[in-house]
Design a protein around this ligand. Structure first.
Ligand code: GRF
Length: 206
């Protein structure tokens, strides 16, 4: 099978990017990362890409804090298309994508969120869940739509909150599960097994 071509967008640490890169390299998913793009010139993700021999670029996001400028969106899309990207994976990318980007990759953009959506969308989701006092949290991979963490859900994994947890220890256990389910979702996509029906994503049998 021809590997699925991925483009990853990351703003910071890049541990989800690295987990995907590692699983691609080890043949655990039928995919290849063609390009990593970052809106942050100091993102650790850019350094991690070097280790895996993956092309990585900082692309100026423009003057806004929470979105890309229209010109920047065009540039991101242009580079992704130039690299033949079939699926865009947001991995800690801290900007909301607008319609030009979304229309360029319809239902071909995934995101990972460190809570069981629709609970605790937005920033610091692990701390939000911890402070609220939930007994179970977790993580979600979903397709991206115009909302914040609102798109159709592909995979969720529950992580129990332990009596002696802090927001940090809970976040670390959630992160370990993020690293697994993101690759699982990408593999389902690569196998053509994700069927979107309105808000629902059906996982077709093999
Ligand atoms: C992860 O917790 C992810 O769920 C959220 O941002 C964080 C990124 O971490 N969207 P990393 O850069 O992948 O290490």
């Amino acid at each position: 099978m021809k590997p699925l071509i991925l483009g990853v967008l990351a703003s910071g640490r890049g541990s989800n990017f690295e987990a995907i890169a590692k699983n691609c390299a080890e043949g655990k998913i039928d995919a290849r990362i063609a390009i990593l793009l970052s809106d942050n010139p100091n993102a650790k993700a850019l350094e991690r890409a070097k280790v895996y021999g993956i092309e990585a670029r900082y692309v100026d996001p423009g003057p806004y804090k929470t979105k890309l400028s229209p010109e920047a969106e065009e540039e991101y899309v242009r580079i992704l298309k130039e690299h033949g990207v079939e699926l865009v994976c947001l991995a800690g990318f801290m900007r909301i994508l607008k319609s030009h980007f979304l229309r360029s990759f319809p239902y071909r953009i995934m995101n990972i969120h460190p809570a069981l959506l629709p609970a605790f969308p937005g920033l610091h989701a692990q701390k939000q869940a911890f402070d609220y006092g939930v007994k179970v949290s977790g993580c979600t991979v979903h397709f991206v739509d115009e909302g914040i963490d609102t798109g159709p859900i592909i995979i969720q994994r529950a992580v129990p909150v332990l009596e002696d947890d802090t927001a940090e220890t809970l976040a670390a256990r959630i992160l370990a599960e993020e690293h697994k389910i993101y690759s699982e979702a990408i593999q389902l996509f690569a196998e053509g097994r994700l069927k979107i029906e309105g808000r629902k994503v059906r996982v077709l049998p093999k």
